[in-house]
Ligand binder design. Structure first.
Ligand SMILES: [Zn+2]
Ligand SMILES: [Zn+2]
Length: 136
């Protein structure tokens, strides 16, 4: 499989990820809800060493919330790119919204549904739902 390519909205940050993703999920945690502009983030789990920033590394900023893992975004356009503690952690989350390549994996679960916004409703998609995360 060719590496997947990804970018932020303004194009300053370009990256590649070696696929396939280990798993895919939607995250509705408090932080993802705030930073997503919607009901949460869509994520592909990858080994951190499978992610290569090919341009614009200097535009990246990492935010460490009081609870949960660090989130990384483009400081020029605000696009949310990586979570799960990237680049310090062994595994990281790649926001699927940043992936430009076609790929055929689809999310299998909604996680942190305990934090779902009161105005949000999960789609009737038949996916697993976890209060926090799947224990694995
Ligand atoms: Zn950008
Ligand atoms: Zn989250």
């Amino acid at each position: 499989m060719e590496p997947l390519s990804g970018s932020c909205h303004c194009g300053a940050v370009q990256f590649e990820v070696d696929g396939p993703f280990l798993n895919l999920s939607f995250c509705h945690c408090t932080t993802c809800k705030k930073i997503s502009g919607g009901i949460g983030t869509a994520n592909g789990r990858a080994r951190t060493d499978a992610i290569r920033v090919t341009s614009g590394a200097e535009a990246l900023r990492t935010y460490q919330p009081d609870e949960g893992s660090a989130k990384t975004f483009c400081s020029l356009c605000g696009s949310n790119l990586f979570g799960g503690g990237w680049p310090e952690s062994e595994h990281a989350s790649v926001r699927l919204s940043a992936i430009d390549s076609e790929f055929d994996q689809r999310p299998q679960a909604h996680i942190f549904v305990r934090s779902l916004a009161p105005w949000a409703r999960l789609p009737d998609d038949g996916l697993e739902r976890y209060e926090i995360r799947a224990s694995s």
